[in-house]
Design a protein around this ligand. Structure first.
Ligand code: KIV
Length: 273
């Protein structure tokens, strides 16, 4: 087992991300939920790591992001933070831990920051969660917004199809983006919306806009690590580019191991004491 080595890299901060937007340097972001994966992603030079509540799907096998708890998010975030030397680590506040009222939102954000050592939190929604966003920010906790397809509201939407195609919803999304910027959010995720609308949002607000299924005219991109590595199989949306076929590699490796164990080939003399 290897331990991630210290290289004294300059840490990414919210200020650096702002500067990157100003000089039109694209921001890279991926999810990670555990020490080993986060260490690899960080060593590769990613700018931001999202401890997403997609852990509910990817790590725990739930159908939606709703069941994951605050304690479970803190567990994942703590493991990620232990591995990361450079990237800014953002943690999703899970469903049911901030929508109730702003005091609850603040308590959840503080627990995440204090117990995991993460650098920022992410929340889904616009005007309706403004009070909570302001309260969290007032405690000095950086907040990332998330608009468009917001998976915590999947039962309200009813489907995972592209959001804000209609004029009314697109107008509300733009207004929500401005509200989150005015509140003081340091960045915004836009998920699964028309590229033209995402471009307009990125041009309108001064904070970095990170897209997932939002086209190329935004300030950065985020993907779920297990999807882009080809570990998950069932999730194949149009916006997903698969950079590896790790599932096949693992299937082959595990298959070979099983064969070697069954045949008695493993362990051999050199692998024995
Ligand atoms: O939880 C998650 O992985 C996310 C990304 C899809 C942005 O919120």
């Amino acid at each position: 087992m290897s331990v991630h080595q210290s290289t004294h890299l300059k840490r990414i901060t919210t200020h650096i991300l702002q500067e990157m937007k100003k000089r039109h340097e694209k921001i890279s972001m991926l999810t990670a939920y555990d020490f080993s994966m986060a260490g690899i992603v960080d060593a590769a030079g990613i700018d931001m790591i999202l401890v997403g509540d997609s852990a509910s799907n990817v790590m725990a096998g739930h159908e939606t992001t709703l069941p994951i708890t605050l304690d479970q998010m803190i567990y994942h975030a703590t493991a990620v933070v232990r591995a990361v030397e450079r990237a800014l680590v953002v943690v999703d506040i899970p469903f049911g831990s901030y929508q109730g009222n702003s005091s609850e939102a603040l308590r959840s954000a503080i627990r995440i920051m204090k117990e995991s050592g993460a650098h920022a939190v992410k929340v889904e929604g616009g005007a309706e969660i403004k009070e909570s966003v302001v309260r969290i920010l007032s405690a000095g906790v950086p907040v990332m917004g998330h608009l468009g397809l917001t998976p915590q509201s999947i039962y309200k939407f009813g489907t995972y199809t592209v959001r804000a195609r209609e004029k009314e919803e697109a107008g509300k999304l733009l207004e929500d983006a401005k509200i989150l910027e005015e509140c003081g959010c340091f960045a915004l995720v836009l998920e699964k919306i028309p590229a033209k609308l995402a471009k307009k949002v990125a041009e309108t607000i001064s904070i970095p806009v990170i897209g997932i299924g939002a086209g190329q005219d935004v300030d950065g991109q985020v993907l779920v690590l297990h999807d882009m590595l080809g570990i998950t199989q069932e999730f194949q949306p149009r916006f997903l580019r698969q950079y590896a076929d790790i599932r096949s590699t693992m299937l082959e490796a595990v298959g070979n191991y099983i064969q070697d164990v069954k045949s008695g080939d493993f362990p051999n003399e050199k692998e024995s004491y």
